[in-house]
Design a protein around this ligand. Structure first.
Ligand code: KIV
Length: 267
């Protein structure tokens, strides 16, 4: 029997019931259909497409048109998973600009939620979007769009003050109307504290095992990415004879808690 579509209430219920949320990125209809067939709960059209699809070194060159194009394609491949689309670099510098671009991702692309990077500095934007019933995922920790400002892709929240600030910012964003918080590349302790402090689901990528769900970049999971990958990446293609089998193994590992292991975490 077909699984019912996932929505915001499903995700909140999963958090309340302690069922891990399995998430992946996707960028086209064929892979989206595979990710969906593997019973992934959430699919993100990430601006990581700038790196893994377009071949850039960072996510900075990605445009709203790029995200709309890929979100449309992914939406056609999904039946079950909840679809989130990324707001690219400089597409949410004011509340009105953020609203215009979020509406494009939802109306033209078919996204059910938008994701934006930022901490307490984004509270006004999140409030404005939430006031217009735009579901929001707030991305904290390592913010790849800020790579040139922070000087590289590195673990965030290692200092106690920085860690505390991140948990406070996550709470402020939730209170402003964010429906999901995504934490990238932070010590386990920050993942744990944020998850305990929030009512909304916390999805981690390199945020340890104590969050409500995990997300990875699809091309990393399927061992398509060449060269060095971050510590939190696990190649699920190894030992499986098809991309679908690898994706099923990823979802199972998130659900039964066997991913992430200590070697994928920062503490
Ligand atoms: O762009 C992206 O794919 C992301 C994930 C790494 C979470 O933001």
């Amino acid at each position: 029997m077909a699984e019912p579509p996932v929505n915001v209430s499903t995700l909140r219920k999963m958090k309340a019931e302690g069922e891990p949320i399995a998430c992946l990125t996707a960028y086209d209809a064929s892979y989206a259909a595979l990710v969906d067939a593997a019973s992934t709960d959430v699919v993100l059209v990430g601006d990581s497409l700038g790196m893994v699809v377009q071949g850039h070194d960072t996510t900075v060159p990605v445009t709203v048109d790029d995200i709309v194009y890929h979100t449309k394609a992914v939406a056609r491949g999904l039946r079950h998973a909840f679809l989130i689309a990324d707001m690219p670099f400089m597409s949410y510098t004011s509340p009105d600009q953020a609203l215009d671009n979020a509406v494009r991702l939802m109306q033209e692309g078919g996204a059910m939620m938008i994701k934006l990077e930022g901490g307490a500095d984004q509270v006004e934007i999140v409030e404005h979007l939430a006031r217009h019933d735009i579901p929001v995922c707030a991305h904290l920790g390592l913010k790849p769009q800020s790579v040139h400002k922070i000087g590289g892709f590195r673990v965030q929240g290692r200092e106690p003050d920085q860690a505390k600030e991140m948990v406070v910012a996550a709470k402020q964003l939730q209170d402003a109307g964010a429906d999901i918080v995504l934490l990238e590349c932070v010590p386990n302790e920050v993942g744990d504290a944020t998850t305990k402090a929030l009512d909304v689901p916390v999805i981690g990528i390199g945020a340890g095992p104590h969050v409500d769900g995990q997300i990875l970049v699809l091309y990393d999971v399927l061992d398509i990415t060449q060269g060095r990958t971050p510590r939190f990446v696990k190649n699920f293609q190894q030992g499986h004879d098809s991309p679908l089998a690898a994706l099923v193994a990823y979802v199972k590992a998130v659900k039964d808690g066997s991913y992430p292991k200590p070697e994928h975490c920062f503490s």
